[in-house]
Design a protein around this ligand. Structure first.
Ligand SMILES: Cc1cc2nc3c(=O)[nH]c(=O)nc-3n(C[C@H](O)[C@H](O)[C@H](O)COP(=O)(O)O)c2cc1C
Length: 371
């Protein structure tokens, strides 16, 4: 296995810290630029952006930093199978009371809008990004070839060894090993995603042993101790999401930031384990994703009354008006409060200071181990 510093330079990174792509607005141009300027690698989660929005975001980033950045897409999404009318009716009925509570019109049956991957990828190719990453599947072969022809590094997300091996065969330059602690969507694409809940501690060394390309550890890493641990497990770098959500530059609603920070503040005086505050749910998008448990999650994905969640991306389309309105109204109980299991370690900091602290903390942890 190449040494950690060989892998870092092989990937064109300046440090092991990668700010995770976070589709949905978390990863603003200001966040990406601040992370870059402080020595990390900033990423844009562009899955929900149009091609024009991707071009605009990339322009905005380039106007703030000359350093390399990455863009992430969801692998092409096939049309979901037809939804039985009873499931559709139940899905609409489950969401309707929340619409009423927020003064929105009745929810409408969502339609599959087609797959925008081709147009998004064309914008990515022209964006000036140095890294192209994919989650939810393999990057299409022609996209790997086209990105590499432009000198981009290609990354893919795996939640199991089988997915990591498949990604390596597809030609990625590095595998992001996403443990089950991770906030946001699970990148799983082989087998049942609900059965793929391998933690970062087990997944990273398994993947490092199974593939020849560098491994990027992701999930539950919140400080220098976590980064040093990931490097010890065989990772070349780490991809961190939740810790960046409470920086000033993160573009999520303030109610989401407050919910993450509250988890840490409440923990001090409470017996309930903080990690119970998050759960993997399909309630918001139809795909498993980890977020802080709230009323919407409990009622839509009620284990006593299952069968009310549409397949991705239909559930995502169904719940979008509600999430948008809830963000504006500051109503955390209806928001997808994506966060990983390490959320109690989140702190409110400017992103540049956070990266500097993470790098210092990593060195301190490594020195401590060596000593
Ligand atoms: C709000 C949020 C949005 C995310 N969106 C994406 C995304 O668009 N693409 C992606 O590959 N990963 C996404 N992730 C997952 C991250 O890449 C990463 O695996 C995860 O944040 C790591 O766990 P941590 O949150 O405990 O650091 C998202 C995570 C969060 C918290």
């Amino acid at each position: 296995m190449p040494s950690h510093s060989e892998s870092v330079s092989r990937l064109g990174l300046r440090s092991p810290v990668i700010q995770a792509p976070m589709a949905g607005g978390g990863d603003t141009a200001a966040l990406v630029a601040a992370v870059n300027e402080a020595g990390g690698l900033g990423f844009v989660g562009a899955a929900y952006l149009t091609d024009a929005q991707i071009r605009e975001r990339a322009r905005d980033i380039r106007s703030r930093t000359a350093l390399p950045f990455g863009i992430n897409l969801f692998a092409p999404t096939p049309e979901p199978p037809p939804v039985p009318p009873a499931v559709l009716a139940e899905a609409l009925a489950r969401v309707a009371p929340f619409h009423a509570e927020l003064g929105l019109p009745e929810p409408e049956a969502p339609a599959y809008a087609g797959d925008g991957f081709g147009r998004q990828f064309a914008a990515l190719l022209d964006s000036g990004a140095a890294f192209y990453s994919v989650t939810f599947g393999l990057p299409p072969a022609d996209s790997v070839a086209a990105a590499k022809a432009r000198g981009m590094r290609v990354l893919g997300t795996a939640t199991t060894v089988a997915e990591a091996v498949a990604l390596e065969r597809a030609g990625v330059d590095a595998v992001v090993a996403q443990g089950s602690e991770a906030g946001g969507h699970r990148g799983s694409f082989i087998g049942d995603p609900a059965a793929n809940l391998v933690g970062t501690m087990a997944l990273v060394p398994l993947v490092a042993d199974a593939v020849g390309v560098p491994v990027i550890a992701s999930g539950g890493i919140m400080d220098g101790r976590g980064i040093a641990a990931a490097l010890a497990l065989g990772a070349a770098a780490v991809q961190m999401g939740t810790v960046f959500l409470t920086t000033g530059e993160a573009g999520i609603p303030e109610a989401h930031k407050a919910a993450i920070l509250a988890a840490g503040e409440q923990m001090a005086g409470e017996a309930a384990a903080g990690e119970e505050r998050t759960r993997v749910t399909r309630a918001f998008s139809g795909r498993p994703a980890r977020g802080i448990v709230n009323r919407f999650m409990d009622m839509v994905e009620d284990p006593q009354a299952p069968g009310a969640v549409l397949p991705f991306p239909l559930q995502n389309t169904l719940t979008r008006p509600l999430r948008t309105a809830a963000g504006k109204a500051g109503r955390a109980e209806f928001l997808s409060l994506w966060a990983g299991q390490g959320l109690q370690m989140a702190r409110r900091l400017p992103a540049g200071e956070l990266v500097a602290e993470l790098l210092r903390g990593t060195e301190a942890a490594r020195r401590g181990l060596a000593g």
